[in-house]
Design a protein around this ligand. Structure first.
Ligand code: LLP
Length: 403
């Protein structure tokens, strides 16, 4: 049991708290599910990019799925070996491509024919041969929130099958490209197995048809996307997920790469915030807290549900309230019409499932410093990022101030 009161007293609020033992358990369960094959779990750094969190997964043997050169640098700093680092994303700049080639990562995941051209050119300049995979868009509806759906032709990600084929043929004929992998990722917070399975079939068929023209790939990258329980979702079991995918790979000698983010981190994270005030506007009850949308954006951006637990002596009956932050936006809320007892100044609210896409999507809007982050392992609590102070926020502007 995490002692939230003690943590609030020691580190102040708002505060992100991560349970590393939970994250280990999730990692091992997923890795174990793929045990019949060679596999690499490449942690999707975007879900939680704190260096200590990445380093925790590095120690478990994880690789890294990165979507910017900044994330690639984080992966290196945290001790992920180069041969387990993948670089994806629809819009990589020349500088990013150059650095990824120089760093000799496992492969660059190419997302368009135009990008393949850039990668080839830059590899040529560097007199290198760049390992690549192609991100295939299988045009399958992942049945998730439209903002986190990526596997339809309407979405900007990846290329269609015919384009992918052309890209592999071109890469295979190039002195500077080495096609080693194939990738798909159809969306995030997936709770239905069928679209995943159907996509894997389509992509595995492409691998077979490439093999028939002597283009032999080594890596089958299934992306991330495994959903978790925020409220009452029925989630896919890692075993069933792995079985469904492995079933499509019969007769193929491929290393499976999985890019889990949320599955590893979401429910291992808590956002701790303090009650400032209760207020009533007509019939509407508000609980105003010291955390805000700049700390945890998911409720504002996706209307995402996060369970809220009140730590209070209050014995009053629960009634519905909107839990809101101090930011000057009506969209600044953690929950609407959430049943809570009457709360006192300094009572604590624990916002659950905040370990993925929490801190990382934060900002300094309203000149609010981002919160501190702590990690718990066994009985040990460690600060892994200090709270941002006002001086941090103005550091890059101050020297330009004329007066
Ligand atoms: N691989 C690729 C290529 C991805 O685009 C993503 C997530 C992942 C792996 C990891 O997906 P996960 O296992 O975490 O579902 N901010 C949104 C989620 C955006 C996901 C973007 N891509 C949210 O808060 O729900």
């Amino acid at each position: 049991m995490i002692n939230f009161k003690k943590l609030a007293a020691a580190y102040k609020t708002p505060l992100y708290i991560y349970d590393l033992d939970y994250m280990t358990k999730q990692y091992e369960e997923l890795k174990e599910a793929f045990k019949g094959r060679k596999s690499i779990m490449a942690f999707a750094i975007k879900s939680n990019s704190n260096l200590s969190i990445i380093s925790h997964f590095a120690n478990l043997g994880s690789g890294a799925d990165c979507v910017s050169i900044g994330e690639v640098r984080r992966a290196f700093l945290a001790g992920i070996p180069s041969y387990k680092i993948i670089f994806s994303g629809v819009g990589k700049s020349d500088d990013e491509i150059r650095e990824a080639i120089e760093k000799d990562i496992l492969y660059i995941n190419v997302e368009s024919e135009a990008e393949l051209g850039r990668v080839e050119l830059i590899a040529k300049e560097l007199k290198a041969k760049c390992r690549i995979s192609v991100r295939v868009n299988p045009n399958i509806d992942p049945l998730t929130h439209p903002y986190i759906s990526t596997g339809l032709h309407d979405n900007k990600f990846g290329v269609e099958i015919e384009a992918a084929k052309r890209m592999y043929i071109r890469a295979n004929n190039s002195e500077h490209l080495d096609p080693v992998g194939i990738h798909f990722h159809i969306g995030s917070q997936l709770t239905e197995l069928k679209p995943i399975y159907e996509s894997a079939e389509i992509v595995a068929d492409l691998v077979r048809s490439l093999a028939s023209i002597k283009i032999e790939l080594k890596f089958f990258d299934i992306g991330g996307g495994l959903g978790v329980r925020y409220k009452d979702e029925v989630t896919i079991k890692p075993y069933d997920y792995a079985q469904a995918i492995l079933g499509t790979l019969k007769g193929l000698d491929l290393t499976v790469i999985c890019e889990p983010g949320r599955f590893l981190t979401a429910n291992g994270g808590y956002f701790l915030t303090k009650v400032l005030y209760e207020k009533q506007n007509g019939a509407k009850r508000f609980v105003v807290v010291d955390g805000a949308m700049n700390d945890l954006l998911r409720p504002s951006l996706y209307k995402a549900y996060h369970k809220i637990e009140a730590i209070t002596e209050s014995k009053t009956e629960e009634s519905e309230a909107d839990v809101v932050g101090p930011v000057c936006e009506s969209g600044d809320f953690f929950a609407k019409n959430y049943p809570l007892p009457i709360l006192e100044h300094n009572d604590l609210l624990v916002i659950h499932s905040a370990g993925a896409y929490g801190f990382g999507m934060g900002s300094n809007y309203n000149t609010r410093g981002r919160s501190a982050e702590v990690a718990i392992k066994g009985d040990e609590v460690k600060l892994i990022r200090r709270r941002e102070e006002f001086e941090d926020l103005i550091a890059l502007e101050k020297e330009f101030l004329e007066n």
